[in-house]
Design a protein around this ligand. Sequence first.
Ligand code: 13P
Length: 254
Amino acid sequence: MRQPLIAGNWKMNGSKVMTAELLTAIKAGLGDIEASEVAVCPPFPYLHIAEEMLSGTPIRYGSQDCSREEDGAFTGQVSATMLKDFGCTYAIVGHSERRLFNAETDAVIARKYQMVTAHGLTPILCVGETLEEREQGKTEEVVARHLDAVLELPGGVAELAKGVIAYEPVWAIGTGVTATPEQAQEVHAFLRQRVAKKDPEVAAELRILYGGSMKPGNALELMAQADIDGGLIGGAALKAADFLAICKAGDANA
Ligand code: 13P
């Protein structure tokens, strides 16, 4: 059975005060969450607050990116070793905003993925098509390419098994437009089947999250789909009540 994972991607939002307040509120509401795994991904400078406030709780935390390099002269980058040093469990890799604004290619993302697993962290690999690609009927082609970048690593499907996938249709991110449960399920099932061709057991265990305007109002229906195992939450993760309501929706589908 796949445990639902609800992960908040805070993106470039927050402050020291906001981080402490949000984490306090999430911790306070955690008693009501029974089955879902809960995680937050604040900006790098606030990871130490997550470490201080979440150590010893079941709430996991992680980063929104990770360098593909081990260490050295890479100004501005943050390594997997550093993330481990701060007690991170997860690192998001390949978010569409990084593909778009930082020109990250599948090859770069695959290297980041490898770096994350090599340090014992769990990558959350984002895949997803743009509106234009969907309208051209290229959704499966695009998400397959994003997935295959990791499947074709030397570790192959065993490498993929170390991570979590997040299907994030670019047209649904921050737009208020959500994929319908049927649209999302179709892509999730496609991804799982693609992994199953390599290894049915890995496919059965692999958690595939949905991301893109997931809110308390649509979370239940989305996560009720057979192949949707949780959410990667942007905007709604910045409001404790909304985030906790989505975690509850994850419980209902556990
Ligand atoms: P929104 O929930 O704000 O649409 O963002 C989704 C996302 O990009 C999570 O990584």
